[in-house]
Ligand binder design. Structure first.
Ligand code: G6P
Length: 610
């Protein structure tokens, strides 16, 4: 994530950058900074914390410049602090840059640059870029060429903006994987990671594409590839309102976040899989991986949707790592004086990293001497800081109260952890590779499922007036049934329950009649035939049925009222796919009922009370 804004023109850039950064804070806000050219030299002001703190600092400095860059950070490499905040500059402070994305080969590049005497101040991957560019300017290349040459050596993703005090008439911007737009004004031009940061100044927008580099002057814009081929770019006139833009043009943050999942999942996986080895690298667990693999028991502790992710994690860890695993509600764990042995490892899962019950459970476990590990989305959050080690989900900020993309990223991280441990135990390279290969295919499969949005909306129309819903699944898809029911409850206020499908006959079957829609999560796996019997049982009692089924399953249509067909994958990864239609179903039902999807009644995004 991270937000980028840039300005070159005739006005003082400081208020433009600050206002732009405030609009970008939804992309991250653990630290912020600006860089300007002042009297032929570069000046950087940055700090830990929100943009408002940076604003206060700048007010007291009373700076002015007609060229500058601003950045608000969502930490990936290196904790949120002033040194790791952007911009980063070269040694003589003549070049500075801001970067969004992840430089995957930064360690190799860093080693090479250190060999040439470059000194690094921060823990970021981004700092490598500024020294790499500097190394090319030192060989006599101008700034544009130096950025191009540097990017030839870079693996990973970037939305990048660079300024040199030796060429103070231009901003160089480059994009690969992280969005960047250029705004065209009168004797002034703008740059941003999304249009919301600059829309107050111009509606004339150029979208940079991957592999493109832009040279932005106050009255000129040119684009080329990083291999120096010129490109003609089209200027688009933006008609959206600011509010619409924040939501990326979607009606709600929840829908935006559902639709973002191919990208958020790619971010969760990026740089973590060694495909040829069928293995995984999780930097945050390196120091504890041995202990983790040798643990006698794993406990997973969380609340809400994160707890559902933990249930799927339990299935994965037990199947592949053969370590007994228990999943606990954080609130229950904490209050029942849990038995913790010295060889136990305890995972605390939290999107926000601030949930009071999870944090309290973590402190309790830590006090009892357990190895405490975090799976968090918010970087630098309390749970992330207080655990011994952990893994970030990298799903990006989640704003809709009902968790969607954070959940699928949590499942992805559990799959990575299971693979990491299993490879250190008995899993072969070949079997590990099969999981790794399948995991890498998941974002594309999610993309395919999202194309069913209109179809799912029609099903939602059919069921929007129901007052009860039942969700049934088996094995890995039982926690998905719970999550599907929770999604519907949270935003549509329809009473919904999730059950293991086989449990239906022990109670819920008494509820089945024509007013009780039942959602079956029924992909073709080893429990498929059993699920078919459960569907028959519901049909026999007049219940209306919806099935999430495999795309090659033509038989199920004869049995159910509606089927939503999705691609297949290995069992352990199936929940990442099966939950997507359930998120969309809940979303559309709530919208059709005219409810406030992003801020449902009585709920909060981050529950910091016990
Ligand atoms: C709240 C939210 C849920 C979330 C739960 C746990 O109840 O409304 O969407 O699943 O907290 O939050 P966490 O940030 O710890 O994952």
């Amino acid at each position: 994530m991270c937000g980028i804004v840039g300005y070159i023109g005739e006005r003082n850039c400081i208020p433009i950058l600050i206002n732009g950064l405030k609009r970008l804070e939804y992309r991250g806000y653990d630290s912020a900074g600006i860089g300007i050219v002042d009297d032929d030299s570069c000046l950087i002001v940055k700090n830990k914390g929100k943009v408002s703190l940076l604003e206060d600092k700048l007010e007291s400095l009373d700076l002015k410049s007609s060229i500058g860059l601003g950045h608000t950070r969502w930490a990936t490499h290196g904790i949120p602090n002033e040194i790791n905040a952007h911009p980063h500059s070269n040694e003589d402070n003549s070049i500075f840059l801001i970067h969004n994305g992840i430089i995957e080969n930064y360690q190799v590049l860093k080693k090479g640059l250190m060999g040439f005497g470059y000194k690094f101040l921060s823990e970021t991957d981004s700092e490598v870029l500024v020294h790499l560019i500097d190394s090319f300017t030192k060989r006599g290349h101008n700034l544009t060429k130096s950025v191009q040459l540097a990017l030839h050596e870079v693996e990973g993703t970037y939305g990048l903006a660079v300024i040199s005090s030796k060429e103070p008439d231009k901003i160089i911007a480059a994009r690969k994987g992280s969005p960047l737009v250029v705004g065209i004004g009168e004797n002034e031009n703008f740059l941003a990671s999304d249009v919301s940061a600059i829309i107050a100044h111009t509606k004339q927008i150029i979208y940079l594409e991957d592999g493109e580099i832009a040279v932005i002057k106050k009255d000129e814009f040119t684009a080329k590839t990083i291999y120096d081929n010129a490109i003609e770019k089209e200027v688009h006139e933006i008609s959206m309102t600011l509010e619409e833009i924040d939501r990326g043009g979607y009606a709600h943050f929840m829908l935006k976040e559902i639709m973002e999942q191919p990208e958020s999942l790619r971010n969760s996986i990026r740089g973590r899989i060694i495909q040829s080895e069928g293995d995984v690298v999780l930097g945050g667990l390196t120091d504890v991986v041995e202990k983790l693999a040798n643990s006698k028991r794993i406990i997973i502790t969380a609340c809400g949707t994160s707890w559902h992710a933990g249930l799927v994690g339990e299935y994965m860890l037990e199947q592949f790592c053969r370590i007994p695993t228990e999943v606990e509600y954080a609130s229950e764990f904490r209050y029942r004086n849990p038995i913790i042995e010295k060889d136990d490892a305890i995972f605390f899962i939290s999107q926000s990293g601030e949930t009071a019950d999870t944090l309290a459970a973590l402190r309790e476990a830590k006090m009892k001497g357990a190895l405490v590990l975090g799976i968090c989305n918010a970087v630098g959050s309390s749970i992330a800081r207080e655990t011994n080690a952990g893994v970030y989900t990298h799903a990006g900020p989640e704003i809709g109260v009902a968790s969607t993309k954070a959940f699928t990223s949590q499942l992805t991280v559990f799959a990575l952890i299971a693979l990491l441990i299993a490879r250190r135990k008995s899993l072969s390279r070949v079997d590990g590779k099969q999981i790794a290969d399948e995991l890498l295919l998941i974002p594309d499969k999610v993309e395919k499922i999202l194309l069913l949005n209109d179809e799912i909306e029609k099903i939602a129309e059919e069921f929007k007036d129901a007052t009860n819903f039942l969700y049934l699944g088996r094995g890995y898809n039982f926690p998905v049934a719970l999550e599907g029911a929770l999604k519907l409850k949270e935003i549509s206020y329809i009473h919904a329950e999730g059950y293991p499908a086989a449990e239906m006959k022990h109670g819920p079957i008494a509820l089945i009649d024509e007013n009780m829609p039942v959602v079956f999560i029924a992909p073709k796996d080893s429990t498929y035939e059993k699920i078919l019997s459960n569907i028959q049982e519901v049909k026999a009692r007049g219940g209306r049925t919806i099935a999430i089924a495999s795309e090659d399953d033509n038989d199920i249509d004869q049995l159910v009222d509606y089927s939503i067909k999705i691609p297949n994958t290995i069992r352990m990864l199936m929940p990442i796919l099966t939950v997507i239609p359930l998120q969309l179903l809940a979303y559309h039902i709530a919208v059709k009922k005219g409810l406030d999807v992003d801020q449902p009644r009585n709920l909060a995004k981050s529950v910091t009370v016990e």
